[in-house]
Ligand binder design. Structure first.
Ligand SMILES: O=C1CC=C(NS(=O)(=O)c2ccc(-c3ccccc3)cc2)CC1=O
Ligand SMILES: [Ca+2]
Ligand SMILES: [Zn+2]
Length: 164
């Protein structure tokens, strides 16, 4: 290594922790949506995700509103921005926040947590936005059928260029 920084994580086994839960959904439904959102990416890379329930995880997940904690990005109330995630790195790197002012669901109503989570985790793994409108990393929320395979070839090319 010549000290250059890879755009992604330097390890394949990442930990995640769900700090708090949205009241919009059952806890088990939140756990499932998050786990599936991560599986979308681990299915096409050597990445493994391990859920921990205390301490500091690589990917700290929380539902927050407006100005929150020491996070440099803020939420904007209902609609607008739905979530944000920080690119790989120490501390805030990889952390993913969802805007609690949205109506989070596991089906087609409100905003589908699994879909938004899969998109945000793309950022947490080092991906930026895609111009391919069928891509999960497309900048605008499209309520894809969450059970269809949400990754487009563009997403797969992107993630495999980092962790392939
Ligand atoms: O870095 C940013 C800045 C703004 C964002 N806008 S968003 O939170 O409203 C958002 C937009 C699209 C998606 C999405 C796109 C494709 C499929 C599923 C979700 C998720 C969140 C999302 C984001 O990750
Ligand atoms: Ca919002
Ligand atoms: Zn935040």
């Amino acid at each position: 290594q010549y000290g250059y920084t890879l755009p992604g994580w330097r390890k394949y086994n990442l930990t995640y922790r769900i700090i708090n839960y949205t009241p919009d959904m059952a806890r088990t439904a939140v756990d499932e949506a998050i786990q599936e959102g991560l599986e979308v990416w681990s299915k096409v890379t050597p990445l493994q995700f391990t859920k921990i329930s205390k301490g500091i995880a690589d990917i700290m997940i929380a539902f927050r509103t407006r100005v929150h904690g020491r996070c440099p990005r803020y939420f904007d109330g209902p609609l607008g921005v739905l979530g944000h995630a920080f690119p790989p790195g120490p501390g805030l790197g990889g952390d993913t926040h969802f805007d609690e002012d949205e109506n989070w669901t596991k089906d087609g109503a409100g905003f589908n947590l699994f879909l938004v989570a899969a998109h945000e985790f793309g950022h947490a793994l080092g991906l930026s936005h895609s111009s391919d409108q069928t891509a999960l990393m497309f900048p605008n929320y499209v309520s894809l059928d969450p059970r269809k395979y949400p990754l487009s070839q563009d997403d797969i090319n992107g993630i495999q260029s980092i962790y392939g």
